[in-house]
Write a protein of this length. Structure first.
Length: 989
């Protein structure tokens, strides 16, 4: 129900153009008339076709009946004539032979008569056959040359002993050969159907069609009982006729090229066919048989014949393979009760050939008339609707914001002309608004934006000058930010602030009314606005002032637009137009101010994060602030290069912004790095330096040694050797601790001997009498549960790598080889390993493998953090730029093991800046800042080993970027004499 209602509503909302309405009405009338005429003509043509077809079928049937009758009449007359010849009935052969001339005369009555013969009651038989000039037939009868007729004789004596022979005679009836035929003696005319049928009838009869044995043709036998005086002399005259000529007649009487016609028996056996080869076929027994209708290959006649035999109409219309056929079945009487069936099938399309041409010609005329009418209707309607279409096109252009077509139609109808003018003005107004919006959107600098905005407004309002005031932060005064003349010229005049408390000024009045206001440019008005001498800066003195307040979407005052025009007439349309423009200008200014504010906020966040990282640990100092400076110096040098590798390297304003953000945030991941790892000054330091625990254990061991010594003294007395041993133990413990303390500082390389001594010292024990599970945190207690608690007192080693020292790495801090970031770092199994022996035996420095990974992991966190930020498109490269400063050009860096080809030039620049700043920094508590020569020497080695980009390093040297950086950030004592050629790397040209 709802769907039907919606469909009904949609249909009711359909609207069509005037041209469609006019064209539809006229075309409906024209097409209706043409269709009516065509329908009447087509119906008449169908009726005419039916009448013509029936008449034609009747005519063909009549002709076929006449031709069939003409075929049988000579044979019938011959049979009737010879039946009265008494000599033919005699048993005396001599008398019968005398009748041969009579038989020959009958034979020659018609070309279709092939043989005339007589048979009598005694079984005698005599046949006269014409022998056509056919070599095959002559060979079949073994006839000598010149044979014209063959007389076949069969006689029986009273004992019914038969004797047969052939007599070959020429055209002059001269005997050419007499040939006995023993094979002929088996023939008995009395057993033949023609003889038996004739003896039982007093009329001339005919046999059904059959295949003549001698000539292999389809034919019929016409027979009549002869007049005899006694039953012993009874005889029958027979005449054989061929039906082949009927097939020829059918071919000649073919109505159309595809007409199918067949003469057949009532059983469907073919008697005559236009194709003689279709009448007979060879049977399975090797004998020639009549073909049936189903054998001929005429589906139409076969289908119709089945219906006709089952009582259907003799006239049918059938469809076969898409073609319509008119089919007729008619009876052709022969002799007696014998009859044949003539079947005809005519394609309707061929019957209608002429009518179709006439109908097509009429249809062409009708279509021509219809086309002419359509063209006329379209021309007339177009003359009326073309102006409306042009206006519609203009409206569509406006809806698509397409203002390229400026022509306006010139209709002859005044109402349409007025509408055209109104649409044109609307189009121009919208175009001007869009021009201003596009100009404002294209400008990125806020000050340039205000100048551009003012230029556009002056241009579209066709005023001579304009001033754009913005409110100050306190909202107490209007501060002029831009003054412009027409033709994009600056207004060279000192502009002053306007206090909002001065209510009489034009600016204040427009703000109060919240509408654009216009007033004559009087001297008083100009003085109140601080524009008393403005006329000197303009081409002509202003005559009128127009002020439009600028409010944002919160209805807060943003500023005021002041236009100065030299026209003496105050145009109210211009005031309203200026008011409309002021709304668009206010929104543009607000949007740009918001963008500026957001950028400033984003910049402050960047500065805050970088400052927090530098302030978090003295080990980083001002690193995050200095790397951006050095990166920009190197990028600027590459951007300015006019030759060499970086001649084609250019940076847009958006690229500079991306470099700025990436450089300031390149170490933002350090906020996740624990301070105790970054600030790890000794090997045992975590949150505090665990060397104090070792010291206390040694103190305990010394007390234990002293107690043991005193006990021995109390028990056995004091002995010098015992005291010496005791003192030696104390001295050894002091020396061991001094050794451990030195190893803890990590200032020297730890040798294998050092490691062996650490392990020996670690094996010394002290006695713990208090449970080590008391007073610890829940997390530490959970790690202690992995170790069995021993009852106190218990001896503990001085140093140990305990299971609770091993902090497991969470699964979240691991990444697979196919991780989405592309990290390729070897991640240690443990998050931290605080084993005392493990830490003290670090070969160089104070960091274990786990500590070093934790520090290096800051770049992993940097990339993850930056990739989670929804950077705009022009800042989308920030993660790549910031995350590559620890990569090496040979692909051995981290975290992604990128090679030079995988990194952008800026990312490679940041790697150089990061290293150079770290080498020269003086605010690190763990090292001194390198001098320029020392830093460049180290970096030269790194460039040779493809740790940094050699070409960028050469640019760093050539443009003396190190020198500019040193003058700004390094201590005077660090700036020593440097020859850049000493460090330059030779690169392949």
């Amino acid at each position: 129900m709802r769907g039907r209602m919606q469909t009904k509503i949609r249909l009711s909302n359909l609207r069509f153009s005037l041209q469609v309405h006019l064209s539809t009405i006229f075309l409906f009338v024209v097409i209706s008339v043409c269709l009516l005429i065509g329908a009447i003509s087509y119906n008449y043509a169908l009726k005419l076709t039916d009448t013509s077809t029936n008449s034609l079928l009747d005519q063909v049937n009549r002709v076929s009946v006449a031709e069939t009758r003409a075929l049988f009449l000579p044979a019938e007359s011959v049979a009737n004539l010879l039946s009265s010849n008494g000599n033919l009935g005699t048993t005396a052969l001599k008398n019968r032979m005398q009748s041969i001339p009579a038989l020959l005369r009958g034979l020659n009555r018609s070309e279709n008569i092939t043989a005339v013969f007589v048979g009598n009651q005694q079984g005698d038989f005599m046949l006269v056959r014409r022998l056509p000039a056919d070599p095959n037939l002559a060979a079949r009868f073994n006839a000598p040359e010149g044979t014209a007729y063959i007389v076949q004789v069969l006689e029986r004596n009273k004992q019914q002993v038969a004797r047969g022979y052939y007599i070959y005679v020429n055209a002059a009836m001269q005997t050419l050969r007499f040939q006995p035929r023993e094979d002929y003696t088996t023939y008995d005319p009395r057993t033949r159907p023609w003889y038996q049928s004739a003896t039982q009838s007093d009329e001339t009869i005919s046999t059904p069609p059959y295949v003549f044995f001698t000539t292999q043709e389809i034919g019929m036998t016409v027979a009549r009982k002869g007049s005899s005086e006694s039953p012993e002399e009874q005889f029958v005259i027979g005449v054989d006729i061929t039906l082949g000529t009927l097939g020829n007649a059918m071919e000649q009487n073919r109505v159309t090229p595809r007409t199918e016609s067949i003469l057949m028996t009532t059983d469907g056996l073919i008697v005559a066919h236009p194709d003689p080869a279709s009448v007979t076929r060879m049977g399975e027994d090797g004998k020639l048989r009549q073909t049936s209708l189903s054998d001929v290959g005429s589906p139409v006649l076969s289908l119709g014949f089945e219906r006709f035999r089952n009582g259907g109409n003799s006239r049918l219309q059938l469809t076969q393979n898409g073609s319509v056929w008119d089919v007729s079945y008619s009876s052709v009487p022969i002799l007696g009760d014998q009859s044949l069936i003539l079947a005809l099938a005519i394609p309707r399309a061929e019957m209608m050939g002429g009518l179709t041409a006439v109908m097509q010609e009429g249809m062409i005329w009708a279509l021509g008339l219809m086309l002419a009418s359509i063209l006329l209707v379209l021309w007339v309607s177009r003359m009326i609707t073309n102006p409306l279409r042009a206006l519609q096109q203009q409206a569509d252009d406006v809806s698509r914001f397409d203002f390229t077509h400026q022509e306006s139609p010139t209709p002859r109808i005044s109402d349409i002309q007025n509408l055209s003018n109104a649409i044109f003005m609307m189009k121009e107004t919208i175009r001007r608004f869009l021009d201003i919006s596009q100009a404002v959107a294209a400008e990125e600098d806020f000050d340039a934006l205000m100048r551009r905005l003012l230029d556009e407004i002056i241009g579209v309002t066709k005023t001579e000058a304009g001033i754009l005031y913005l409110t100050d932060k306190d909202g107490t005064r209007l501060v002029p930010h831009a003054g412009r003349l027409d033709a994009n010229r600056p207004l060279d005049y000192p502009l002053s602030d306007v206090l909002l408390s001065r209510k009489k000024t034009l600016l204040a009045r427009s703000i109060v009314d919240e509408n654009a206001e216009g007033t004559p440019a009087t001297a008083t008005e100009l003085e109140m606005l601080g524009l008393g001498g403005i006329a000197k800066a303009m081409d002509a003195a202003p005559k009128n002032l127009i002020a439009a307040p600028l409010f944002n979407r919160q209805k807060e005052l943003v500023g005021v637009l002041l236009l100065l025009e030299t026209d003496t007439t105050m145009d109210q349309t211009l005031i309203r137009f200026t008011e409309a423009l002021s709304g668009s200008a206010a929104i543009s200014l607000e949007a740009r101010q918001l963008i500026v504010a957001q950028k400033e906020l984003f910049e402050s966040f960047i500065q805050m994060i970088a400052g927090a990282i530098d302030a978090k640990s003295p080990y980083t100092g001002g690193h995050c602030a200095r790397v951006p400076e050095l990166t920009k110096m190197l990028a600027s040098a590459a951007h300015s290069a006019t030759s060499g590798t970086f001649a084609d390297f250019t940076l847009s304003n958006e690229d500079w912004e991306a470099i700025h953000v990436a450089a300031w945030l390149h170490d933002c991941g350090k906020v996740t790095t624990p301070e105790f790892v970054v600030d790890k000054a000794t090997k045992l330091e975590t949150i505090y330096d665990r060397i104090h625990e070792i010291r206390m254990r040694v103190e305990v061991m010394k007390r234990e040694a002293e107690i043991a010594y005193l006990r021995d003294v109390l028990r056995d007395g004091d002995a010098p050797e015992r005291k010496a041993a005791f003192q030696a133990d104390l001295d050894q413990l002091d020396d061991d601790f001094a050794f451990l303390a030195k190893c803890n500082q990590g200032g020297e390389f730890t040798t294998d001997a050092d490691i062996q001594r650490i392990k020996e010292i670690a094996a010394k024990t002290w006695t713990r009498t208090i449970s080590d599970r008391m007073g610890v945190s829940h997390e530490e207690l959970s790690r202690l549960e992995n170790r069995e608690e021993r009852p106190v007192p218990v001896e503990e080693p001085l140093l140990a790598d305990r299971i609770e020292h091993q902090i497991k790495r969470p699964a979240s801090e691991r990444f697979d080889a196919d991780n989405p970031w592309g990290f390729k770092m070897d991640v240690p199994e443990l998050l931290y390993n605080r084993g005392e022996i493990h830490n003290l035996t670090v070969r160089r420095g104070t960091l274990t493998e786990e500590d070093r990974y934790k520090i290096n992991e800051h770049i992993v966190q940097t990339i993850k953090m930056l990739e989670r930020l929804p950077f705009p498109k022009h800042l989308s490269t920030v993660p790549e730029l910031a995350g590559g400063h620890h990569e090496k050009m040979d692909g051995t860096g981290y975290p992604k093991r990128l090679s030079k080809e995988d990194m952008s030039p800026v990312a490679r620049m940041m790697a150089i800046a990061d290293i150079f700043e770290a080498l020269t920094a003086v605010d690190r508590p763990y090292k001194k800042g390198k001098t320029l020569s020392e830093a460049l020497k180290i970096m030269g080695f790194m460039a040779k080993e493809s740790h940094v980009d050699p070409e960028l390093f050469n640019l760093f040297l050539t443009e003396r970027i190190y020198e500019a950086y040193a003058n700004k950030f390094l201590q005077p004592e660090q700036i020593d004499a440097v020859d850049p050629d000493d460090f330059r790397i030779v690169t392949p040209s």
